[in-house]
Write a protein that binds this ligand. Structure first.
Ligand SMILES: C[S@@+](CC[C@H](N)C(=O)[O-])C[C@H]1O[C@@H](n2cnc3c(N)ncnc32)[C@H](O)[C@@H]1O
Ligand SMILES: CC(C)=CCC/C(C)=C/COP(=O)(O)OP(=O)(O)O
Ligand SMILES: [Mg+2]
Length: 298
């Protein structure tokens, strides 16, 4: 394993997606394999609704009028569309905290998945969006979508470690992690965001974190970690690691009550994956919180 690979050593996947050869750690190799092999219907069928493919969860009230009655032959289709609407609403909320972004700005999506949030950011601001993921499959998928939408000159995914990105120091007007912070050390992560962000730039994350008021990670939190091979941090760790890296919180929003309706609806669908109960119980017993943190790079 070579942990010294840098952005200057970019090569390409078979379909031309730039990549840094080799994961920095054996754990990153596991995570790359996990996402390369992921093809859950709950993600692909929701993405098929309008071509925005997300790997994050939803927020907001369920529109029961949009769901239709259970005997409705279209009820499954309507349920999928509603879950997808709530996931896109989550990304909209995140993008709404990035500040004033212009067409000439560059944004960084750290842990970009299949690129749904990147496309939304470009459509909203007209800006350039650079994404990084450990998974070559995901990066290829995101770049194919960008080509289909004819925005490949503005939206690009690369295969690389978010802790050592190819971005220049101060290049990004804003950057974010959408449900991707639980795979990395937070001090290393925020040091890299702090490096790539211009002074006065904005960092935003939406994430699940364990609640220090509960004491320690609950069994539900441990179950979520095992399910996704991730390591959920505490709310306290976020604030400490940001403070240590010139990221000053401007907003901390508890989205737990806003995400519960998504989970309760998802638990009734045929696309359940088995992790719904753990999320619902963890949110209800107060051991786990869904939060948005927006911070200024000072
Ligand atoms: C749950 S998905 C979120 C994807 C995307 N942010 C979204 O909202 O659809 C987590 C993502 O984090 C990425 N990831 C995890 N660790 C990473 C690392 N060290 N460097 C780059 N990407 C990483 C994974 O490859 C995956 O794309
Ligand atoms: C809030 C927390 C703790 C998130 C963990 C990271 C994660 C796996 C997010 C959703 O991905 P996904 O959309 O691929 O998952 P699923 O298949 O469950 O929809
Ligand atoms: Mg999903």
């Amino acid at each position: 394993m070579d942990s010294s690979v840098t952005s200057t050593e970019l090569t390409a996947t078979a379909t031309g997606t730039p990549r840094i050869p080799g994961p920095a750690t054996p754990y990153q190799g596991d995570i790359a394999r996990y996402w390369d092999g992921e093809a859950r219907p709950v993600n692909l069928r929701l993405g098929d609704v309008d071509g925005l493919y997300h790997h994050h969860y939803g927020i907001g009230a369920v529109d029961h009028a949009a769901l239709g009655a259970p005997e409705d032959s279209e009820s499954e289709k309507k349920l999928i569309a509603e879950l997808h609407r709530l996931e896109s609403a989550q990304a909209d909320l995140l993008l709404g905290h990035l500040g004033d972004i212009g067409r000439d700005d560059t944004l960084l999506d750290a842990g970009c998945g299949r690129g749904g949030s990147m496309v939304m950011a470009h459509h909203r601001f007209g800006c350039k969006v650079e994404g990084v993921t450990l998974s070559a499959k995901q990066a290829d998928f995101a770049n194919n979508r960008a080509r289909e939408l004819r925005i490949e000159d503005r939206v690009r995914a690369r295969v690389c470690n978010m802790l050592a990105t190819p971005l220049e120091t101060g290049q990004a007007a804003a950057s974010w992690n959408n449900e991707s912070t639980m795979y990395v050390d937070l001090h290393d992560l925020f040091a890299e965001h702090s490096r790539v962000l211009k002074v006065g730039g904005r960092y935003v994350t939406i994430t699940g974190c364990w609640n220090p008021r509960y004491g320690q990670p609950s069994k539900w939190v441990s179950q979520i970690n095992a399910h996704f091979e991730c390591n959920i941090h505490s709310r306290r760790e976020y604030l400490r690691a940001m403070a240590d890296n010139r990221l000053v919180p401007q907003a901390v929003v508890d989205l737990t009550p806003d995400t519960l309706p998504y989970w309760e609806l998802r638990a009734t669908s045929s696309l359940v994956t088995g992790i719904e109960e753990a999320f619902i119980n963890a949110y209800r017993d107060g051991s786990f919180q869904y939060v948005l943190i927006a911070a200024d790079r000072v």
